[in-house]
Design a protein around this ligand. Structure first.
Ligand SMILES: NC(=O)c1ccc[n+]([C@@H]2O[C@H](COP(=O)([O-])OP(=O)(O)OC[C@H]3O[C@@H](n4cnc5c(N)ncnc54)[C@H](O)[C@@H]3O)[C@@H](O)[C@H]2O)c1
Length: 245
């Protein structure tokens, strides 16, 4: 059996990390995916990229605004309706409107995804081990773990995502739903395009370079997969060693 026999839902799918996660799900054999974002053009591009890899994949795309609770609930319900179930859910959003999107929007989306996961039976797994009812992966940040100057609202919103992840991991363990987060360091996406190549932030991580979106997507897919059935409430650093000290 494939490692991803279920259905994936990706928010922030029009760009950067979310786009790469969507592409990686399709590359790794997931054949049902919902792409959500507020950027229609980017969504269409991601959808085309997915279909180029697997023309037979069921790719559902929908515009939504992560600042609007009703919009989020409607979008997640529409995605669930289109896919039949939600097994792997990735929640990301933009640097702008920091608290509203990074924290509030993510929590509302996660709550909506879990409400659907609660109603479905656990998914079969690649090697027959007992599966989970669903897996949520949130995108936090290295700045949710350690602090740096001048971005207090962003850092605070990401620390909140780490805390929310751990609390929901406790609360939904009894329902066999896993909730984890990935904490990327600097990643080469549109979000960081204005960062000068000699910016000191680039050299805090011992590895001395930015991540490619693929390197973050790899961690997201691992946490969603049935190779991570006992990983719960983790804040997995994918930061080139940024948070070692
Ligand atoms: N790039 C980095 O260096 C880095 C580092 C650590 C954490 N992160 C986190 O990773 C996540 C993704 O970042 P990225 O680098 O891929 O950024 P990106 O700008 O490439 O992608 C963000 C996506 O979110 C969408 N979005 C923004 N606001 C929205 C809204 N209100 N409703 C719906 N969609 C909305 C955008 O349209 C875009 O497609 C963010 O949560 C970011 O904080 C990024």
């Amino acid at each position: 059996m494939a490692l991803f026999p279920g259905s994936a839902l990706v928010t922030g799918a029009a760009s950067g990390i979310g786009r790469q996660v969507a592409i990686s799900f399709i590359q790794e054999g997931c054949s049902r995916i919902a792409l959500l974002d507020r950027n229609a053009e980017g969504l269409e591009e991601t959808s085309q990229l997915c279909k180029q890899i697997d023309p037979a994949a069921h790719v559902f795309k929908l515009e939504f605004d992560a600042r609007n609770e009703k919009d989020i609930d409607l979008a997640i319900s529409a995605a669930h309706h289109a896919l039949g179930r939600i097994d792997y859910a990735l929640d990301v959003a933009d640097f702008d409107d920091v608290t509203t999107i990074n924290y509030r929007g993510l929590w509302i989306a996660q709550r909506a995804e879990i409400s659907h996961m609660l109603k479905q039976e656990p998914l079969a797994t690649h090697d027959g081990r007992p599966g989970n009812r669903g897996a949520v992966v949130n995108i936090a940040s290295n700045l949710g773990i350690v602090s740096r100057p001048e971005t207090p609202a962003y850092n605070g919103s990401k620390a909140a995502v780490v805390s929310l992840t751990k609390t929901d991991a406790i609360d939904y363990s009894k329902h066999n739903i896993r909730v984890n987060c990935v904490c990327p360091g600097l990643v080469q996406t549109p979000m960081t395009k204005d960062l000068p190549p000699d910016d000191p932030a680039m050299f805090v991580a011992p590895m001395g370079r930015m991540a490619q979106p693929q390197e973050v997507a790899d961690a997201v897919l691992f946490l969603c997969s049935s190779k991570a059935t006992y990983i719960q409430g983790a804040a997995l650093s994918v930061d080139g060693g940024y948070t070692i000290n």
